[in-house]
Design a protein around this ligand. Structure first.
Ligand code: C2E
Ligand code: MG
Ligand code: MG
Ligand code: MG
Length: 288
């Protein structure tokens, strides 16, 4: 077979791989086009106080509003954007829009944004974030920057420098995807995190899985010792809500409280919360 005289493709390069490369190539071109045409938009996922159910903020999650495919989730484009060196631009577009849209929401509402591991290798990151705050008029005290555990691994000294400048501006820091990375404990001790986010992987099956329960309990104990509150993501039902509250977690997010939504819907939720709070206040008996 090999003697046909034609230049053969290497045997490992099969049709499936060729198709995969073509798709990858299309996504790449699509991302570049999408960035030039404002197709990347922020969605907002509610974060609530588990004890009172009160809305306290939103996590900003990138969505690709694609003309043919509709709303595309980040798993499909964030890894490609990272690979082709466009994650900085993409994240900055999404964060800038999110800050501009939510700058004048109720001052109690915090906004959390995600920073990819690669961005933490950019020594100008803190300056870029501060410039976005200035340009959008968003108050630093309402911003939370989520850093994934694995991203701290690359260059811990640079990470510490960036984190320190963000903190000096009054920006809060959350350790994202806690439990999925390495050397968690040393990071917790050496960096000034204001919040620990337990990854959805430990939450989804918490009612039936003893290990997950044990891990979340260990995290809340540790966080308690460090006086850092714990947020759990991926709460999809009341039963899970009850379990994580019982385990000592203070904040939660997940489909039970609300799926990621566009800014207009998020603002409606903020206003509804304000109205409910105002009427609860009116109806409650006056303190004597
Ligand atoms: P993450 O920061 O850990 O975000 C949480 C993910 O869990 C989000 O997925 C969210 O939609 C999903 N989620 C939240 N609650 C539930 C739930 O109750 N059930 C289920 N099944 N899923 C839930 P999403 O939006 O697909 O984001 C995936 C990851 O992409 C994020 O993980 C974050 O690391 C990254 N990402 C998203 N937006 C951006 C961005 O603007 N910049 C950067 N650098 N990364 C981003
Ligand atoms: Mg996050
Ligand atoms: Mg997370
Ligand atoms: Mg996660």
């Amino acid at each position: 077979r090999a003697k046909s005289g034609r230049v053969a493709r290497p045997v490992w390069f099969d049709a499936g791989m060729e198709r995969a490369l073509l798709i990858q190539d299309e996504i790449e071109q699509g991302i570049r086009f999408g960035l030039d045409h404002g197709q990347f938009v922020p969605y907002f996922e509610p974060q609530v106080d588990l004890e009172t159910g009160k809305l306290i903020g939103f996590e900003v999650l990138a969505r690709w509003d694609h003309p043919l495919s509709g709303i595309v989730e980040p798993d499909r484009f964030i890894p490609v954007a990272e690979e082709i060196g466009l994650i900085d631009i993409l994240s900055e577009q999404v964060i800038r829009q999110a800050l501009a849209q939510s700058a004048d929401w109720d001052p109690s509402i915090k906004i959390s944004v995600n920073i990819s591991p690669l961005q933490l290798a950019d020594s100008w990151l803190a300056q870029r974030i501060v410039r976005m705050l200035t340009e959008t008029g968003f108050p630093a005290e309402r911003l939370v920057v989520e850093i994934t555990e694995s991203s701290l691994f690359a260059d811990i000294d640079l990470a510490r420098t960036i984190v320190t400048s963000l903190k000096n501006q009054g920006i809060r820091l959350a350790l994202d995807d806690f439990g999925t990375g390495f050397s968690s404990l040393s990071h917790l001790r050496s960096l000034p995190f204001d919040l620990i986010k337990v990854d959805r992987a430990f939450v989804t099956n918490i009612q039936s899985n003893k290990e997950s329960t044990a891990i979340v309990r260990a995290v809340t104990t540790l966080a308690g010792a460090l006086s850092v509150p714990v947020l759990v993501e991926g709460i999809e039902n009341e039963a899970t809500h009850a379990v994580v509250l019982e385990l000592g977690c203070q904040i939660g997010q997940g489909w039970y409280f609300g799926k990621p939504m566009p800014a207009e819907r998020a603002l409606q939720l903020v206003n509804q919360t304000q109205r409910e709070r105002a009427s609860a206040h009116q109806m409650s008996p006056r303190p004597s």
